[in-house]
Design a protein around this ligand. Structure first.
Ligand code: FAD
Ligand code: NAP
Ligand code: SF4
Length: 676
């Protein structure tokens, strides 16, 4: 008996049957764009099919050059290209899976000077202004979609997904925000819907009876002058009439001011939109966005809010997600923590996509954790992300591993991160590693600050120092004043602070700590509170873009965030998540002061000045000063161990503290484990 009977039940689409309700949502990996990466892409999908996914949807392929996301991006327009795709479809079918190709025309999001759209309306997030398609151009584009769908069928795909969300080309035709046309493709809502509906109709007529058509429908636009929900329901009904097999969910344009997938978005936050569509049509509807664990998925299906669930990032994090759920091993799932750091930040930075918690994602053929032929005794010092990933992967390969941790729990700095409001998902990584330690037989010794002598006496073949970092204490007169706390003391020890607080250092931790300080009691936001905070309207079906005025709860205290440099605040935060942190602090009225010199700290507060000549002195009359001024490596054990000539390795913060994050820590730990 599985704990997830709905999730594991097959779905008969009439044309074909899916083995369960888990859909791998489309995600651009970067491997789509170059012919020589096809085998790697096939291995990546095959691993997910082997992991039990019911239906895989590829990253987006353009139906024409004008539809390219970026110059020389992935497209499917010729038979030669289609032949290449057979490697992918064969690999997935060999694992008992099914796979559909996503057809994605970028429209005005195309990063090329020859982009096209419904009207010549430039997007704020692209320097290129699109040309408005002529009537003939629209007809040609329909032909392009049909051509790609037929080529996909020829390549062995089980179906295609028509991407019409996130503000891409078809969404641009659907929404009055971009569609200013006065011909039959614009003006009234029915005219704006005409192009996507026509595309589905003509694809249905051109492909065989077993070919599945999925339509990715924008359920909530989250931009001004987006479609109303009434219009979105009308579109769903028309799509059903012309023969779509699955309606998949899409939420928010890329230029939306509401976050849709970052870690602070509550799980399954947008499923109420999906549920309304699911009740308006008979065709199966698929829920998506922030569904990362099977219990969330099962609840959605049990309530009848959707017939399927789509997961994209969670399957990067754990290719075996579905099998683990169905075999009642959900506690073994390596959960996606919605950080975006190795997936979307890479995709938007033109780098190959991977995963912070699973560095093997996208490197299936090169980063392999094979059983060892020569088992060793290894000591790992430090159970932060670096040490944990090294320890469990070494043990999985057959080595004998002792893991020493000075603290009384595992996690290292992640154990601080998980206490930040909106970062509760980080708990899941700690749960995963804890379970993995049990499964692989790592010998974990908590509360054990191990010494060099103990390590040398232990007779280990190798020692790995993953002792991480400690907060940097800057050299400011009065830094030892009782009002001063490090971020670790504030958050981990829950130390009380007053109503006025200054934060020294505006890196990722300075931002996190500021959010912690402005949020009274540090609660996890309930969905209704979160919607108020960001201004999401799920009730009024007439309102354009499903937006209302944001109504953030007042800040719990006055916070001043400081940095010495004069560059813009938060510039180095994540590409796809930094704007959310900046907007959250702005909404709470956090004052940001750059270009400061820290003069001293005394009973009056924090004294600062500006510029090389230390001008415009100012006293910040605060109750507390929190130091978030970066970190320094903890590596006292290195010297005596090197002197003794033991096989020694340094990973994570112990190796280099500068620009350290969990992505590098876990990557280094995993790669070392693969080669020892
Ligand atoms: P650490 O996490 O520092 O772990 C080192 C461990 O070694 C500790 O548990 C320590 O107790 C132990 N140790 C040290 N000496 C000994 C000894 N002699 N014997 C036994 N044990 C010892 N990173 C991200 O990528 N994304 C984020 O969103 C993010 N958010 C963060 C938010 C906050 C508030 C904080 C504080 C950090 C955040 N980080 C984030 C950073 C991330 O947590 C660190 O980069 C990561 O934890 C570093 O891993 P590590 O294993 O190298 O070191
Ligand atoms: P950081 O990003 O390096 O920021 C350190 C801050 O301290 C900077 O603002 C710096 O700015 C200031 N600083 C440095 N030395 C100082 C000194 N001697 N005196 C006063 N101020 C000083 O490091 P962090 O914020 O500690 O974060 C650590 C790592 O965790 C980062 O690499 C980050 O990637 C990761 N992290 C990521 C996230 C995320 O959301 N992705 C969140 C949290 C943490 P000035 O020099 O201008 O003063
Ligand atoms: Fe999820 Fe972060 Fe991995 Fe992306 S990088 S899949 S958001 S855990």
């Amino acid at each position: 008996m599985t704990a997830y009977p709905h999730l594991s039940s097959p779905l008969d689409l009439g044309r074909t049957t899916l083995r369960n309700r888990v859909v791998m949502g489309s995600m651009h990996t970067g491997l789509e764009d170059r012919a020589w990466d096809t085998n790697k892409l096939a291995a990546y999908f095959a691993e997910r099919a082997r992991g039990g996914v019911g239906l895989i949807i590829t990253g987006g392929y353009a139906p024409s050059r004008t539809g390219w996301l970026a110059p020389f991006g992935g497209k499917l327009t010729t038979k030669t290209e289609a032949y290449r795709h057979r490697v992918i479809t064969k690999a997935v079918h060999a694992e008992g899976g099914k796979i559909a190709i996503q057809i994605l025309h970028a429209g005005r999001y195309s990063y090329t000077p020859f982009s096209v759209s419904a009207s010549a309306v430039k997007s704020a997030i692209n320097p290129f202004k699109p040309k408005a398609l002529s009537g003939k151009g629209v007809e040609r584009t329909i032909d392009d979609y049909v051509n790609t769908a037929k080529l996909a069928e020829f390549a062995g795909y089980d179906g295609c997904e028509i991407m019409a969300g996130e503000g891409y080309f078809l969404n641009q035709f659907l929404a009055p925000r971009v569609n200013k046309r006065t011909d039959e493709w614009g003006g009234t809502p029915a005219n704006r819907r005409r192009l996507p509906v026509e595309i589905v109709r003509r694809i249905r007529a051109a492909v065989g009876p077993e070919f599945v058509i999925v339509f990715r429908l924008s359920m909530a636009e989250l931009v001004e002058k987006g479609q109303t929900f009434e219009e979105i329901i009308a579109l769903a009904k028309e799509l059903e009439e012309v023969g779509v097999d699955i309606i998949n969910t899409d939420i928010g344009w890329h230029e939306a001011r509401v976050p849709t997938i970052v870690t602070s978005v509550p799980r399954a936050a947008f499923v109420e939109f999906t549920a309304k569509i699911a009740r308006a049509v008979d065709v199966p509807v698929c829920a998506s966005n922030r569904i990362n664990m099977p219990e969330v998925a099962e609840e959605i299906l049990t309530r009848g809010d959707a017939a399927l669930v789509s997961l994209a990032r969670p399957l990067l994090a754990d290719p075996e997600w579905a099998n683990k759920a169905f075999e009642n091993r959900a506690d073994e799932i390596n959960t996606c923590i919605a950080c975006n750091q190795a997936c979307l930040d890479h995709a938007f930075g033109n780098k190959k996509v991977s995963c912070l918690v699973n560095p093997r994602a996208g490197s299936e053929t090169t980063l392999r954790l094979l059983p060892t032929r020569r088992a060793k005794r290894v000591a790992v010092v430090g159970a932060g992300p670096a040490g944990l990933s090294a320890a469990v992967n070494l043990a999985e390969r057959g080595h004998t591993v002792d893991l020493f941790e000075a603290d009384d729990r595992i996690g290292g700095q992640f154990d601080i991160a998980r206490r930040i409001p909106g970062k509760e998902e980080f708990d899941e990584s700690i749960r995963y590693f804890q379970r993995k330690i049990e499964l692989t037989g790592v010998n974990l010794e908590l509360g054990r600050r191990v010494t060099a002598t103990e390590l040398l006496d232990g007779g280990y073949d190798s020692v790995i120092l993953a002792t991480g970092v400690r907060p940097r204490i800057p050299n400011i007169p009065g830094i030892d004043h009782p009002m001063v706390l490090s971020y670790a003391e504030l958050v981990k020890q829950s130390r009380p602070v007053g109503k006025k607080v200054a934060v020294i250092g505006a890196g990722g931790i300075g931002y996190d700590v500021s959010e912690y300080l402005v949020t009274e009691g540090h609660p996890t936001l309930k969905l209704d509170e979160w919607k108020e905070e960001w201004g999401v309207d799920a009730d009024d079906e007439q309102v354009q873009g499903q937006l209302k005025r944001p109504n953030p709860a007042p800040a719990a205290r006055d916070v001043v965030l400081l940095q010495r440099k004069s560059t813009p605040f938060g510039k180095d935060l994540g590409k796809t998540s930094g704007w959310v942190h900046r907007a959250a602090l702005k909404a709470k009225g956090v004052e940001q002061v750059g270009g400061v010199n820290y003069e001293r700290i005394d009973d009056a507060g924090l004294h600062i000045s500006f510029g090389e000549n230390r001008e415009n002195p100012r006293v910040l009359e605060v109750d507390n000063v929190i130091v978030c001024a970066g970190q320094e490596s903890v590596r006292e054990l290195e010297e005596p161990l090197r002197a003794a000539g033991i096989d020694l390795h340094l990973i994570g913060g112990a190796d280099v503290a500068a620009e350290l994050d969990a992505k590098r820590a876990i990557d280094q730990g995993t790669r070392l484990a693969a080669r020892l």
